[in-house]
Design a protein around this ligand. Structure first.
Ligand code: CDP
Length: 210
């Protein structure tokens, strides 16, 4: 028999991980952790206070994760800068592992969930899309937030973050060998959800809901 349903979702920014994670969590009634928020919160709080990121990571509080500014692109860049620090990652490790080991099961999304945080998760996805498709989505998101920007700039900033996330020594962005690869370049959110659900069903998990 299957143990708890733990769903690990990794991939680069604006590939659709967050949307997929939220929908799967709602469908299966599982708690969801957007682990990127942890790194964003450490980066932002450190920038504001001038305190070292490792010190912030060691004393992060739940209220730090609800700041609306965490959603901005500059918080994403700050997050990616502190995410290269092994000491910062170490401080955030236990919280994430504990979240993943709840008896209910859980959904976590990030960059190293299937490789480092939950290497034994029964369901892993690596969600990706072409840089152009991701930049287009991020551009539309930013426009909706009222941010004045241009597409080449969004593409360049995304490429910079992708490079930092993939080339760092500590837990770089990469697909776990047993991850299901989901390329969402030509998929909308419904299609990505349907493909993910089909994979989870093939693994023998069913929604317990009505
Ligand atoms: O939403 P988006 O994919 O743009 O970014 P995010 O998931 O909020 O992550 C922000 C930054 O945190 C990333 O660029 C990574 O450098 C870092 N991160 C990480 O190193 N490990 C994770 N598990 C999650 C995020």
């Amino acid at each position: 028999m299957n143990g708890p349903l733990v769903i690990a979702i990794d991939g680069p920014s604006a590939a659709g991980k967050g949307t997929l994670a939220r929908r799967l969590a709602a469908h299966f009634g599982l708690p969801h952790l957007d682990t990127g928020l942890l790194y964003r919160a450490v980066g932002l709080k450190s920038l504001r206070s001038g305190r070292p990121p490792v010190e912030i990571a060691a004393s992060l509080e739940a209220s730090d994760l609800s700041d609306p500014e965490l959603r901005t692109d500059s918080a994403g860049q700050q997050g990616s800068k502190v995410a290269v620090m092994l000491e910062v990652r170490d401080k955030l490790l236990n919280f994430q592992k504990k979240f993943a080991s709840q008896s209910s099961g859980a959904v976590l999304d990030g960059r190293d969930i299937g490789t480092v945080i939950c290497p034994d998760a029964p369901v892993k996805f690596f969600v990706t899309a072409s840089p152009e498709a991701r930049a287009e989505r991020r551009y539309q998101e930013l426009r909706e937030q009222g941010v004045d920007t241009i597409k080449p700039r969004v593409l360049a900033e995304m490429a910079e973050r992708d490079r930092r996330d993939s080339e760092r020594a500590a837990a770089p962005l990469k697909a776990a060998p047993d991850a299901f690869l989901l390329d969402t370049s030509d998929m909308d959110a419904d299609a990505a959800f349907a493909a993910a659900l089909a994979f989870i069903t093939r693994k023998g998990f069913r929604s317990s809901g009505p």
